[in-house]
Design a protein around this ligand. Structure first.
Ligand SMILES: CC(C)(COP(=O)(O)OP(=O)(O)OC[C@H]1O[C@@H](n2cnc3c(N)ncnc32)[C@H](O)[C@@H]1OP(=O)(O)O)[C@@H](O)C(=O)NCCC(=O)NCCS
Length: 312
């Protein structure tokens, strides 16, 4: 078996690996949704079924962006065939995490599962993380047992709050940042809001919305710098799909108190024309009680594995 960086030549095979994760394909949405064969679906319907990996058109754009940002996905080749793909992000996530390698995708084709492929890929990623002096690795676990087998033993359940947007009279300034603003602007800054497992992933993910799909072009997506008397924050307010009724917030700050940040984000949500905001709170960073009453509260799990840096 060979584990190597993916290239654009692998796109068809990567799409085949991920497509197997979808049991039934549907054409249309909501009340108009009907079961249909894959080849009758448009690119947007495939995208909504499982993300960019679901058709070669969007998968090529997605993988190309990762390659351009020096985040090459890896593939496993078994008997001459690509049978698995994994994607990862390395970023300086600020205190208390430091430099983190986040596994955003690890998927083995069902026909090749149970033959050591996933294990070989995760060992490759642990080695990569140690070489890059990462302090930890993270993953939003699908199969928890698999990650536990490889030492991911801390499970954090993070509060996921839906709050109403609200205007504020508290003064602050807001500057719109371009979509191409580089990751170094937030590198090393703690991310109290909207960090699923990797701030780097959130930053790049939103930069990567480059698919020329009319349905996605209407999605709200703002990158903003916020300042008030207490400090500064950088935030992304975005819709992940055109069907989202609430905006999702991602915010980095090492100076703005959390309740001031939330107040400003709620105001910016109103300014963006939305009435609700989703806030995923990181309890490792947010120690102050939040002065908000959520409309809905769920939780999102994250698994971690601390690493000992390898000395060369
Ligand atoms: C989980 C997954 C990556 C494992 O890959 P795999 O190639 O089948 O696993 P391997 O054959 O390499 O197994 C390696 C080891 O992990 C163990 N393992 C595999 N899956 C496991 C599970 N679900 N729970 C506990 N242990 C597991 C195996 O028993 C094996 O143990 P060993 O070292 O003692 O032999 C693969 O099954 C998969 O892709 N599943 C779907 C993934 C998914 O849902 N991803 C979504 C998140 S992106």
């Amino acid at each position: 078996m060979e584990i190597r960086a993916a290239t654009l030549d692998d796109i068809t095979a990567i799409t085949e690996v991920h497509k197997r994760d979808v049991a039934t394909w549907y054409r249309g949405f909501g009340d108009d949704e009907i079961v249909a064969p894959y080849d009758q679906l448009c690119v947007f319907e495939r995208y909504m079924a499982g993300g960019p990996w679901m058709s070669v058109e969007t998968c090529a754009i997605h993988v190309n962006q990762l390659l351009l940002h020096e985040l090459p996905p890896i593939v496993a080749v078994l008997d001459g065939k690509v049978v698995a793909e994994s994607e990862f992000y390395i970023g300086d996530e600020g205190a208390p995490y430091g430099v983190v390698l986040d596994i955003s995708v690890l998927y083995v084709h069902p026909d090749a599962q149970g033959r050591g492929v996933g294990g070989a890929m995760i060992k490759y990623l642990i080695d990569r993380a140690q070489r890059r002096q990462c302090r930890s690795m993270t993953v939003v676990p699908g199969p928890r047992g698999f990650y536990q087998h490889y030492g991911f033993n801390e499970v954090h359940d993070r509060p996921h709050l839906l709050v109403n947007a609200r205007t504020t009279n508290h003064p602050y300034t807001m500057e719109e940042l371009g979509n191409e603003t580089p990751y170094r602007v937030v590198s090393g800054i703690p991310m109290p809001i909207g960090r699923y497992t990797s701030g780097r992933q959130e930053w790049e993910r939103h930069k990567m919305i480059t698919y020329h799909l009319p349905e996605l072009s209407h999605c709200m997506h703002r990158r903003i710098r916020l300042r008030n008397d207490s400090g500064e924050a950088i935030a992304i307010l975005a819709q992940h799909s055109p069907f989202d009724r609430a905006l999702i917030a991602h915010a980095w700050t090492d100076s703005m108190p959390i309740n001031e940040l939330v107040t400003i984000l709620r105001n910016e949500c109103v300014n963006s024309g939305f009435s609700q905001l989703r806030l995923l709170i990181d309890p490792q960073i947010v120690r102050t009680p939040l002065a908000i009453e959520p409309v809905e509260e769920t939780s999102t799990p994250c698994m971690m594995r601390w690493l000992k840096p390898r000395l060369h």
